[in-house]
Design a protein around this ligand. Structure first.
Ligand SMILES: *Cc1c(COP(=O)(O)O)cnc(C)c1O
Length: 403
């Protein structure tokens, strides 16, 4: 019988769960079911012609390089996770960076020059805010911060020299949303680029490319890594913007994710959709319980039925994630610190997105609040929701929060 030649499956067209397991992995090097790590800095050539052809290769960043040259620019392991990221984000191209901040700073620098103006959401990730407010002015780039819930406030903040609208939706700590479609439409008309920090959703819960946002950036330290054992970041955008970014920020700032970290991300991406579903289920249960407690003033959680921006949430996102914050009636920091230390499962620490539950009390002052307030942010890990609730209950008993 003649051999039947089947076409290669189109993994990109399949659902994220299927795509994450197989896209870019058809090669099966030496039959290995898991792709090898290309742990090398450079690539060698047998002939001068091959070397020159690789150097002259007009690289299309949406397809893996046929021959890599140097791992600051390309590496097969870096390319593989970038392909998966692009498919997950519904974007043409994806690339991993050495940290979320490396991805964010590269994106901001790609969209600004001396004399540019940026409009940015006030409750964005702290170091992003500081980068725009304190660091970029030394290159002549100024930023206006906005609450961002009302797109009109963003439009009004734009000036003739605005070159970037930088969003974070849901934003950090209190999870404000921005109307991605309306903002992208306005920005396209004004020829302003748009970027979003998509870390909360990490491409599983929200695909900004579908709303015509130019760049989706994420920390990959959180859900992409998923095990609190690596630091990484990601950018997804069009071919044109990625080619520009690789040639400039990729080349000059030079912060690609290393091959071993890429391979760890590859491993973790296989279970991302499962982990996110579980984190959300647990966060919903714990947040609903916290909301009913007499010591709780307010819960900030995207997944609650009374989330104020529920209509926008349902339009842009497929669901909530594992993070939420609450405002305790108790505003004495010493007592909140005692509460945090009395917790036995939730550990005191920054970051989130791993297997373990985390708690951090923080003083927060968004621009539309009259005064600073103490909030407690909880990341709900992969432990059982009932054990997490019991942990909070016992910690409240030990330290006696004001009701
Ligand atoms: C952690 C975080 C970042 C920064 O990512 P790193 O990988 O730590 O550099 C950016 N944005 C958000 C929303 C984050 O939570």
């Amino acid at each position: 019988m003649p051999a039947i030649i089947l076409p290669m499956p189109d993994w990109r067209a399949m659902r994220p769960e299927t795509m994450l397991q197989h896209l870019g992995e058809d090669d099966h090097v030496l039959g290995a079911v898991v792709p090898p790590i290309f742990q090398n800095s450079l690539f060698v050539f047998d002939t001068w012609e091959e070397f020159r052809a690789a150097m002259e290769q007009q690289s299309d960043p949406s397809i893996p390089a046929s021959r890599c040259i140097y791992s600051r620019m390309n590496n097969p392991t870096l390319d593989l996770v970038g392909q998966k990221l692009a498919a997950l984000e519904g974007a043409e191209c994806g690339r991993f960076f050495a940290s979320g901040m490396a991805a964010i700073s590269a994106t901001v620098m790609a969209c600004t020059k001396s004399g540019s103006h940026v409009v940015c959401v006030d409750t964005c990730y702290g170091p992003t805010r500081a980068f725009l407010k304190d660091y970029m002015p030394k290159f002549g780039v100024e930023t206006t911060f906005v609450v961002g819930n009302d797109p009109k406030e963003i439009f009004d903040a734009c000036k003739p020299n605005t070159s970037l609208i930088y969003l974070e939706s849901p934003s950090s700590i209190i999870f404000h949303l921005q109307d991605l479609g309306a903002i992208a439409k306005f920005a396209k008309e004004k020829r302003i680029r748009t970027a979003i920090d998509n870390s909360y959703s990490s491409a599983i819960l929200q695909r900004p490319a579908e709303f015509s946002i130019d760049y989706s950036v994420s920390t990959a330290t959180k859900y992409f890594g998923g095990h609190s054992d690596l630091v990484a970041g990601s950018v997804a955008c069009s071919k044109e913007l990625m080619a520009e970014m690789i040639a400039n920020e990729g080349q000059y700032l030079g912060a690609p994710l290393g091959p071993f970290q890429c391979w760890l991300v590859l491993r973790s991406m296989r279970t991302m959709h499962l982990r996110l579903r579980q984190h959300a289920e647990t966060a919903n249960k714990v947040a609903a319980w916290v909301r009913e407690q007499p010591w709780c003033e307010h819960v900030y959680h995207v997944g609650l039925d009374d989330f104020p921006q529920w209509a926008l949430r349902d339009k842009q996102m497929s669901g909530p994630g594992g993070l939420f914050s609450f405002m305790p009636k108790e505003q004495d920091p010493a007592r909140l610190q005692a509460f945090t230390q009395a917790l036995q499962i939730y550990q005191l620490g920054v970051s989130w997105g791993g297997f373990e539950s985390l708690c951090v009390p923080l003083e927060f002052h968004p621009m539309d609040w009259p005064e600073k307030k103490w909030l407690v942010r909880l990341f709900n890990g992969l432990e059982h929701a009932d054990d997490l609730i019991a942990d909070i209950e016992q910690a409240v008993k030990v330290c006696g929060l004001r009701t």
